[in-house]
Design a protein around this ligand. Structure first.
Ligand code: MN
Length: 246
């Protein structure tokens, strides 16, 4: 475990120093849980990790200005507000993990719920995207998707329908539930399946942000077109890794 974390931390440091192109070639995916290790060095519990691609690299699906505003303004605010809320609510930042915090989010304020979820969800979202998508998973994950949804196309149709019909702002998810079955569902606002207050529960494998801030500049009211384009930039290697670890 120590070795694993050390290599992941080294990866994060390297990723920050190298170009996006170099970082893309690696299959090492830093765990969200690893963020907890950085706080002892910085005093800041949760920080945004650098993107492993440029703002304009996903333009087949998401325009560069949307990516830049989304990452540097919206997502940055969730991280900042989460850190401030942890201090305000006297959470011990030396022991807290984001997953555990979300798992007992009912004990905290609405501000903690919105910003803890917001930070987790966006970090998961960024690492689920790539300009070099394989367009579908392979191996065991593909087999499980076919088992639970009939086919990969049927899975995509169900996920897209869930994303389209999430009323207002929220997220669509592919989740490994607590019985190790794959399920699709959605959550409102910045809730997610790790939260004890969520109806949809389990390990999030893939999440799609369907807040208007994620797509409105390019797609305006056409959320279905954004969802269709999303499939062209999904990083299935990352999703498969989460599935294997889940
Ligand atoms: Mn967002």
């Amino acid at each position: 475990m120590t070795t694993k974390n050390t290599s992941r931390r080294a990866f994060i440091t390297d990723a920050a120093k190298t170009t996006a192109a170099v970082a893309l070639s690696t299959t090492v995916i830093p765990s969200l849980a690893n963020m907890v290790n950085e706080k002892k060095e910085t005093g800041i519990p949760f920080k945004q990790r650098p993107l492993l691609y440029g703002y304009h690299d996903l333009e087949v699906a998401i325009d560069g200005m949307t990516m830049e505003i989304h990452y540097t303004k919206h997502a940055a605010a969730y991280a900042k507000n989460l850190n401030e809320t942890l201090v305000a609510e006297k959470v011990d930042i030396n022991t807290v993990s984001l997953e555990n915090l979300l798992g007992e989010i009912s004990k905290y304020s609405a501000k903690m719920r919105n910003n803890g979820g917001g930070h987790y969800n966006h970090e998961l979202f960024w690492e689920s995207l790539t300009p070099k998508s394989t367009l579908k998973p392979d191996g065991k994950l593909l087999g499980q998707i076919e088992k639970y949804f009939g086919s990969f196309d049927a899975f995509k149709a169900k996920f897209a329908d869930t994303a389209k019909t999430r009323f207002g702002s929220g997220w669509a998810w592919l989740v490994l539930d607590n019985n190790k079955k794959l399920i699709i569902g959605s959550t409102p606002n910045q809730d997610n399946p790790l939260m004890d207050i969520s109806e949809l529960k389990g390990t999030p494998l893939l999440g799609l942000d369907v807040w208007e801030h994620a797509y409105y500049l390019k797609y305006q009211n056409k959320r279905p077109d954004y969802i269709t384009a999303f499939w062209s930039v999904v990083n299935w290697d990352v999703v498969a890794k989460r599935f294997e670890e889940g």
